[in-house]
Design a protein around this ligand. Structure first.
Ligand code: NAD
Ligand code: UGA
Length: 460
């Protein structure tokens, strides 16, 4: 079949894989190829066991793979072959040198730019899909125009707003698609090309355009605002615990105000995931760079409250269990940073598990999708850890259940059965406020939610 356009995506990760699968699914007249420097990742995308778990992804990949969606290893050749290149490589927080622990490590990004320049044999549109500090497109342009090439490269910004666990529905029905471009003739032409692509399924009014710098910054700001809401409600959860108010009731009352809205007001153990912290720190670094100290410290506190929430949670477990966890068995229910993903990057479960192990607790970790990643995250950490997928087996013989991920299956557990199999007094620390606390208390558990009064069988 003759395809109207040939599109390449460099980076076959959580964003590159699902977003390109959706483009292939919605644009059967376009050929999409995804490449990665990690050959095992490409093999996994070509196998029956995809490298990431995402509801609905497998169905879409099955419908498109081998027809107009291809996963390939020959990066050089694919750069030559394709007219439009999305770049979706990772941009983690830098761990060394200037800006360490704050700014984005752009080495993968820059390497990609150099590869595009080196192997291109025609002019191309290059699209930033990764999340990047403002003005990164400028660096990309400088690299792409550094050799006296007869080819022209037009750089666009098209940040991705999907969330893990809901990636497929987010990609299919995005609140908005943002395209940043230069207002030049070539910039507008490239922008029109990308609008044409998304118009295959996204309503015109949901496709918005801006200059490149606004587009780059909007992505950081969107994540910062979302994370800020989580930290705001978590900060209030601490006050609720001191005053016998209930954070869910407060969140409901506050969120019913249409100006505030009810989303992202669930108190818990704090936000995880590969992006919120990284993107806020990136924003903080940019503000410091431009000498906006007050702005930087405002946003930095969103991260600080997130850390505080996790510290508080661990300290609550320790004090509620009589000040010692040594030799006690604790069942961790959920290790993924949120439900419906196997991703554990920056999961609060990592920090909380480490702290519990430092108290010499024994951990039995359960998760329906994230046990492999959990084992990698905790490798090298001293202490006794077992990984058991079945929550009933994991809980048997434990002193406490600690719920760290909002998997739906934990809401539906038979807590009578679990209680019978545990050491008494049995505790539940519900870090996501997802189970029926009163019911568990009536079964015999001592129940410790976040931001609500504890339900304890001990007087005093
Ligand atoms: P990821 O680590 O899952 O995937 C990145 C992939 O890029 C890896 O497989 C890596 O091997 C590959 N790669 C790195 N350098 C390469 C090179 N030179 N050539 C070819 N492949 C290369 O990361 P991700 O979660 O997909 O995130 C990618 C970007 O998207 C980040 O900037 C992130 O902030 C942003 N983002 C992520 C999400 C999310 O939900 N994970 C959502 C929106 C935006
Ligand atoms: C987030 C954004 O929601 C996406 O728009 C963005 O594209 C993405 O980051 C990114 O840039 O990577 P994601 O991290 O996948 O998506 O998941 P979220 O649903 O935002 O949850 C992030 C964290 O906040 C999770 O740990 C979640 O449990 C926590 N959270 C979320 C709460 O604790 N309370 C809430 O009310 C909402």
């Amino acid at each position: 079949m003759k395809f109207k356009k040939k599109i390449l995506c460099i980076g076959a990760g959580y964003v590159g894989g699902p977003s390109m699968a959706m483009i292939a699914y919605k644009c059967p007249d376009y050929r999409i190829t995804v490449v990665d420097i990690n050959p095992e990742r490409i093999d996994a995308w070509n196998s029956s066991e995809l490298p990431i778990y995402e509801p609905g992804l497998e169905q879409i990949v099955k419908k498109t793979r081998g027809k107009n969606l291809f996963f390939a290893k020959d990066i050089e050749n694919q750069i030559k072959e394709n007219d439009i290149i999305f770049v979706s490589v990772h941009t983690p927080t830098k761990t060394y040198g200037t800006g360490a622990d704050m700014t984005a490590d752009l080495q993968y990004w820059e390497k990609t730019a150099r590869q595009i320049l080196k192997y291109s044999r025609s002019s191309k549109i290059v699209i930033e899909k990764s999340t990047l500090p403002v003005k990164t497109a400028l660096a990309m342009e400088k690299i792409l125009s550094s050799a006296k090439s007869k080819f022209k490269f037009e750089v666009l910004s098209n940040p991705e707003f999907m969330a893990e666990g809901t990636a497929i529905s987010d990609l299919e029905n995005p609140d908005r698609v943002l395209i940043g471009s230069h207002e030049t003739k070539n910039g507008l032409k490239a922008r029109a090309e990308l609008i044409k692509l998304y118009s295959h399924w996204v309503p015109k009014e949901n496709i918005i355009t801006s200059n490149i710098w606004s587009s780059e910054l909007s992505k950081l700001v969107a994540n910062a605002f979302l994370a800020q809401r989580v930290s705001s409600i978590n900060s209030i959860s601490a006050l609720c615990e001191k005053t016998d108010a209930d954070v869910s009731e407060v969140a409901k009352a506050v969120g019913m105000d249409k100006r505030i809205g009810d989303k992202f007001l669930k108190a818990g153990i704090g936000f995880g995931g590969s992006c919120f912290k990284k993107d806020i720190l990136n924003l903080v670094y940019l503000c410091r760079f431009y000498d906006l100290k007050e702005v930087a410290s405002y946003w930095e506190n969103v991260v600080r409250i997130n850390e505080y929430q996790q510290e508080r949670f661990v300290s609550n477990i320790l004090h509620s269990m009589f000040g010692t966890l040594a030799g006690k068995k604790i069942c961790i229910l959920g290790f993924a940073f949120k439900a419906d993903t196997g991703d554990t990057r920056e999961s609060p479960a990592i920090y909380i598990s480490q702290k519990l192990l430092m108290e010499h607790a024994e951990l039995i970790i359960s998760d329906p999708k994230a046990l492999k990643n959990a084992a990698v995250d905790l490798s090298g950490i001293k202490g006794k850890v077992k990984y058991i997928e079945d929550p009933y087996q994991a809980a048997a013989g434990c002193h406490a259940l600690v719920i760290l991920t909002d998997w739906d299956l934990y809401r539906k557990l038979d807590f009578h059965k679990i209680y019978k199999s545990m050491v008494k007094p049995a505790f539940i620390f519900d870090g996501r406020n997802i189970i029926d606390h009163k019911k568990c208390f009536s079964i015999g558990f001592n129940v410790h939610p976040v931001g609500k009064p504890a339900l304890s069988h001990f007087k005093v």
